[in-house]
Design a protein around this ligand. Structure first.
Ligand code: ATP
Ligand code: MG
Length: 216
């Protein structure tokens, strides 16, 4: 295995919020992924490079060792299953929560109490299935890849399960949060083989990340 380290990140909040952690490890990325079309970005360290992938693809790159480590949301890791991944650190970045929301005026509590079959749109099918099963609520889950808020507005569903941070997207679409499923933040994930074979190179970076994420 080469001693080159490849870090998988997604554009946007994960990239931005990981930069200070990388800085703490003495690594700076030389190009801005929002401006560059390159998918492989060099850093000031010739032995470390960053690859830019979809947020939900980070665990896959790391699982197969195409990236040695990466940063992924707990939501993404739960849907992926975490196979082949070592998850040593909660980086405390990209914080939000996974919630159930319904149109304002929809009586969620009674619908649940009466054992009605709820139609729910979500990108987070695994998490949603577990949540409703644990509560004994019967649901028909409909998988979407984005704009979940639209589902109830056009009669596709009664409810949505989605990530919420400020709640402004829900408010803009006249939806209200009725249940908090779990808190979400992003984790560092490491390929299990790389952890053993590249330990000397990885360890100082992991330690710097851990320290910086606790301080931040
Ligand atoms: P894509 O935009 O490519 O479809 P995505 O929506 O999963 O993918 P991001 O929006 O960058 O990508 O989200 C990445 C991670 O950040 C999510 O997996 C989640 O853990 C977290 N996240 C999502 N939305 C928010 C939010 N509004 N506030 C804070 N963190 C969030
Ligand atoms: Mg998004």
């Amino acid at each position: 295995m080469s001693q080159q380290l490849t870090l998988a990140l997604s554009k946007g909040r994960i990239f931005e919020e990981t930069m200070p952690l990388l800085q703490a490890a003495g690594i700076t990325v030389s190009e801005d992924p929002e401006k560059s079309r390159k998918l492989i970005l060099p850093t000031n360290d010739p032995n470390v490079r960053v690859i830019i992938v979809r947020a939900s693809d980070v665990p896959t790159y790391v699982q197969y060792g195409a990236a040695d480590f990466g940063v992924a949301g707990k939501d993404v890791l739960l849907e992926h299953g975490g196979e082949g991944l070592y998850q040593p650190i909660d980086l405390n970045i990209a914080k939000c929560r996974l919630s159930v929301a319904v149109p304002a005026g929809f009586d969620y509590a009674s619908a649940v109490r009466q054992g009605a079959r709820l139609r729910v749109v979500t990108k987070y099918v695994q998490c949603a299935r577990e949540h409703f099963a644990a509560k004994g609520v019967h649901v028909d889950l409909i998988k979407l890849y984005g704009s979940m808020e639209l589902g109830p507005l056009v009669g596709l569903s009664d409810a949505i399960v989605d990530l919420v941070s400020t709640g402004s997207t829900l408010r803009a679409n006249n939806l209200v949060e009725v249940e908090h499923i779990m808190d979400i933040s992003s984790r560092l994930v490491v390929n299990q083989a790389a952890l053993k074979l590249k330990r000397e190179r990885l360890q100082p970076i992991l330690e710097a990340f851990e320290k910086a994420s606790k301080a931040g």
